[in-house]
Design a protein around this ligand. Structure first.
Ligand code: LMR
Length: 403
């Protein structure tokens, strides 16, 4: 009966975690999956979250179903965070938000809604991108293509090619954009470049779909929302898939949201209906625990401020690990090969190492990067950064194998 079933090739990111956990070498370092580790190498429980947990626990509500669109306070808090307090676009009723199963769930619900109404559209993701975007949009039935984003030779954004590709797209093409902390390159567009993309989207009648998983890890909570806010202000219809996995360190709670910014309040109502309809047909309604925690933090002014300072702390540590790593590499006379890391933001950057070099790092030095050469800075700390630098230097001097 099930003879046509196929094996699932290991996910390049998730398959690394069990391999890392099974590695018994004491000096192993996990620079693979996007989990934020603190200076002690631990996954933190943020003090704001800890306090919210106590608050929720004392309220001790029975566990009923949430509505299909999720917890209303949570949805309100999401809109404030995405668009800023007292945003006129939100106040005008043109924005609809539902709670989703992480950012991934938001991308998928959005993809399903778009597929129903734009069945002929093609989806365009950046080259390179977080590979799961391809799987999500393909599973929703779309043809997925890649727009140029990164030049591996100059190790910088190829903005000219990006613009010329977007100019050639058919109207109503869906363009998936990383709002900040581009995964995997860590290279983000400047404000001026975003403004150009925004005009282009309007001229060519494209549908921007923001993937926003790292708010606060780039330049700051408000700064990282620039592209989304700029498009919303200019009345550009768009979708936003955001996630709280990283900035609340609540990976297992699967807390995200999907937002439609619409031209009119009536259309926003209809976008809401489409999203809810899609949720019902997929999983009925989201889980409540994580949403209660996040709403409790974001809607309490003291906890909210505390959380902002915690996010600032995580961002500052990520940035400082970049600098320390590049300085250590420079002492090894390899600074020039890795200088581009200083331009990157968020959790990740592409080191430029190839899959063979990544394998050597893993096998000989117990240092785990994704095969693409993506390095997650949060796994670095004062104890391991020198050893990581010297290992990177060692493998990068090996002759590059002919593939
Ligand atoms: C990552 O890119 O490492 C994270 O976003 C985890 C994932 O889902 O791939």
């Amino acid at each position: 009966m099930f003879a046509s079933f196929q094996t699932y090739p290991a996910d390049p990111i998730f398959s690394l975690l069990p391999r890392f956990q099974k590695d018994h070498r004491p000096r192993k370092v996990n620079l693979g999956i996007g989990l934020y580790y603190d200076e002690q190498g631990e996954l933190p429980v943020l003090p704001s979250v800890r306090e919210a947990l106590t608050n929720i626990h004392t309220q001790s509500k029975p566990s009923s179903y949430l509505p299909m669109e999720g917890h209303s306070d949570y949805r309100r808090a999401v809109q404030q965070l995405l668009f800023g307090m007292n945003c006129p676009v939100v106040a005008s009723g043109k924005v609809s938000t539902i709670q989703t199963l992480g950012g991934t769930g938001a991308l998928r619900i959005g993809a399903d809604v778009l597929k129903r109404h734009f069945p002929e559209s093609q989806v365009w993701v950046s080259e390179p991108t977080w590979e799961n975007q391809l799987a999500i949009f393909k599973s929703a039935g779309f043809d997925v293509h890649r727009y140029p984003y990164y030049n591996p030779y100059s190790q910088s954004i190829d903005f000219e090619s990006l613009v010329s590709c977007l100019k050639g797209l058919a109207p109503r093409s869906i363009v998936v954009l990383h709002a900040c902390c581009h995964n995997p390159t860590g290279l983000d567009l400047s404000i001026q470049q975003w403004n150009e993309i925004s005009s282009l989207v309007v001229e060519n009648c494209l549908i921007p779909f923001f993937d926003f998983a790292y708010q606060g890890f780039g330049n700051g909570i408000e700064e990282d929302a620039y592209a989304i806010r700029a498009m919303a202000r200019c009345g550009v219809p768009c979708l936003v898939a955001n996630s709280f996995s990283k900035n609340f360190a609540l990976y297992g709670e699967r807390c995200g949201a999907l937002t439609f910014v619409c031209p009119t309040p009536e259309q926003a109502e209809l976008a809401y209906a489409e999203m809810v309809n899609t949720v019902r047909a997929n999983y009925s309604n989201p889980p409540s625990h994580g949403a209660y925690i996040i709403a409790n933090v974001l809607l309490d002014s003291t906890l909210h401020e505390l959380w902002r300072s915690e996010v600032d702390g995580m961002r500052i540590r990520l940035q400082s690990m970049r600098t320390v790593l590049v300085e250590a590499l420079a002492r090894d006379n390899h600074g020039h090969r890795f200088r581009h890391l200083l331009e990157t933001r968020g959790m990740f950057a592409l080191t430029g190492l190839n899959a063979r070099q990544v394998e050597t790092l893993r096998d000989e030095f117990a240092i785990y990067l994704v095969d693409s050469g993506r390095l997650c800075f949060s796994g670095l700390n004062a104890k391991n950064v020198e050893r990581v630098a010297s290992s990177l230097a060692r493998v990068s001097t090996e002759p590059t194998p002919i593939s």
